[in-house]
Design a protein. Structure first.
Lengths: 145, 315
């Protein structure tokens, strides 16, 4: 019985810990970012019509997502261990890592500040933002399987 | 030929190239006159496409170079491998430090035979085992394009290798086993032109198999696991399985693959990462037809299970 109680409380503890799990938090943030990029991409590929208001909403959501990227909170020391593809390079070069995040935020802000008037303008913005994704993932992420 | 391969294999296992037979077999072989005659005068405009298909700048630009600086092929990147650290050299048009003094024939011997103008073997970290499948006319076009790129002075540092890999002559034996202009995948009679074009780009200039295929003890490509993915030969992590059985791209359509090469986005809107980032940037310089051909070929290659171990469960 004692063992069972301990097991249950351990499980509960693990559950609450998962809430404050920086690995899960950062993965959720990136998933959301990808989803937003996906919405914009559908317009760029012509699968959905260009609706200036909807596009602006998506870009604003992308900016809000970028604002939430707090490297100190999401990538604390020690969070290189576990189910993560974060590269050790993040902690070796935190300044460089943060700079790639800042670049994305700046480009998202610039897109919102001058909303695209047509698909071509949107495509250019998505290329810039997508390029930022790649620049960071080139150095700071490791593919594991 | 099988007995010869065994003999050569035995030599590599023993790590010895000292025997007289080995000495003869390991001699650098240059292109024959017929192939040289096929080179012809190159067209720089066409060579630009080959340059980006080959991804020359990914290894030969100064590490971290962006924009136009990526056309300054001064070398200096460090490729850390189990055999030691390879440093891609200066291949800019500088006559002293680069390849500005090379003739078209010198260039073709390097690309197709892995032999330097002075008659030395190059290490196969320079992926001539793939380039050997290229058409001589494309080599000539590439040579013409590279002639239009800037001359940049400065020698890259030497490779940092340990014995026996310091013995360049040993590469001659390696070449007997692994260097061939024949395609890796034999396609059925009447295979669509698109797939054939994709095979050429992937197996030849694109040298995709160099990272996406596991290697054997001698650093040769395991052709029986072609494109099955591999533990990264350089750096860390794994390079994904891109055969039709590869988890990463199993559910991707041809259009998805072509779109990934064009935009860097997967269908799930993850982004390109690692060494593939530079490759994808190069792929944007190809034509839409080229990217579609690569996609068609990847759907046509034999499926294989992953060429790397399963991910360890989270600790």
């Amino acid at each position: 019985m004692r063992k069972l109680v301990i097991a249950i409380s351990l499980l509960a503890f693990a559950g609450s810990a998962a809430y404050a799990d920086p690995i899960k938090d950062r993965q959720a943030l990136m998933k959301e970012r990808g989803k937003l990029a996906g919405q914009i991409s559908k317009v760029v590929k012509g699968e959905e019509p260009f609706d200036a208001a909807a596009v602006l909403t998506a870009l604003q959501a992308l900016e809000a997502n970028a604002e939430k990227f707090d490297a100190d909170k999401l990538f604390p020391a020690g969070s290189d261990k576990g189910d993560t593809t974060a590269a050790p390079k993040i902690w070796e070069d935190m300044a460089g890592f943060k700079a790639t995040g800042d670049k994305f935020l700046a480009d998202a802000k610039a897109a919102v500040a001058s909303p695209p008037s047509d698909v071509d303008a949107l495509k250019a913005q998505l290329n810039t933002l997508g390029g930022d994704c790649g620049t960071c993932h080139q150095t700071y992420r490791i593919k594991k399987s | 030929m099988a007995w010869l391969k065994k003999l050569v294999g035995a030599f590599i296992v023993l790590g010895g190239a000292a025997a007289a037979a080995g000495w003869v077999l390991s001699a650098p072989a240059r292109l024959d006159a017929a192939t040289i005659a096929e080179l012809g005068p190159g067209d720089a405009a066409k060579g630009k496409r080959i340059f980006y298909a080959g991804g020359c700048t990914s290894c030969h630009a100064k590490p971290g170079a962006q924009g136009d600086a990526r056309l300054e092929l001064v070398g200096g990147l460090e490729l850390k491998t189990p055999f030691g650290t390879f440093v891609p050299p200066n291949i800019s048009q500088d006559r002293k430090d680069g390849i500005g003094a090379w003739s078209e024939e010198d260039f073709a011997n390097a690309m197709l035979k892995g032999v330097s103008p002075s008659g030395e073997h190059f290490y196969p970290a320079f992926p001539y085992a793939s380039y050997a499948r290229m058409k001589p006319a494309d080599i000539a076009d590439l040579y013409a394009f590279m002639k239009t790129l800037p001359a940049v002075a400065g020698k890259a540092p030497d490779h940092k290798l340990s014995f026996p890999f310091t013995v360049r002559r040993g590469i001659g034996l390696w070449k007997l086993v692994y260097l061939s202009p024949e395609p890796v995948i034999v396609l059925p009679e009447g295979a669509p032109d698109k797939v054939l074009a994709g095979r050429y780009l992937v197996e030849g200039p694109g040298h995709c198999g160099e990272c996406h295929t596991p290697r054997d003890f001698a650093g040769g490509i395991r052709k029986g696991e072609w494109l099955a993915g591999a533990v990264a030969a350089e750096g860390s992590g794994v390079v994904p399985n891109i055969t039709p059985d590869g988890k990463s791209i199993k559910d991707w359509s041809e259009a998805d693959i072509a779109n990934y090469l064009e935009t860097g986005f997967t269908p799930e809107f993850d982004s390109v990462g690692g060494a593939m980032v530079d490759v994808q940037r190069n792929m944007t310089q190809l034509t839409a037809d080229d990217r579609a051909a690569i996609a068609a070929y990847l759907k046509a290659v034999p499926p294989h299970p992953n060429g790397y171990p399963a991910r360890k469960p989270a600790s």
